[in-house]
Design a protein around this ligand. Structure first.
Ligand SMILES: [Zn+2]
Length: 123
């Protein structure tokens, strides 16, 4: 068992599943009050393959916002899968980020602390 405080950087899918629990999964297409789609999670792709999750370390309770996605449109990165994990203070903070930032905006302003080493992204 590995706490996130010791194991930052790149972790295998197996290590992530063993040491973290997914608290919730966000709607990848946040809606306006009238029900229309506010934005797709990823502006540079079709937005259908991205998902945000909130995960918690089983050992210390720290929260992480995950932006999992794969790209299709650019041949150079066709089918490359990404899963950066960002440190986040609390569930309410993650809810706020999800409602406020597009995936691209968040990624440009924040640095992930954990990445999944495997290709098998759960989205
Ligand atoms: Zn931890």
């Amino acid at each position: 068992m590995i706490c996130c405080q010791l194991a930052k950087g790149t972790l295998t899918r197996r290590a992530l599943i063993e040491n973290f629990e997914v608290v919730k999964e966000y709607d990848p297409q946040p809606k306006n009050k009238d029900g229309s789609v506010r934005w797709f999670l990823y502006g540079w792709d079709d937005g259908k393959n991205g998902v945000r999750r909130l995960a918690r370390c089983k050992h210390c309770g720290s929260f992480f916002l995950i932006q999992a996605y794969h790209l299709h449109k650019f041949s150079e990165y066709a089918n490359v899968q990404f899963e950066p994990w960002y440190s986040i203070g609390s569930e309410s903070e993650a809810d706020y980020v999800n409602a406020t930032y597009t995936g691209l905006q968040w990624e440009l302003e924040h640095k992930p602390v954990i990445r999944c080493a495997d290709d098998e992204v759960m989205c």
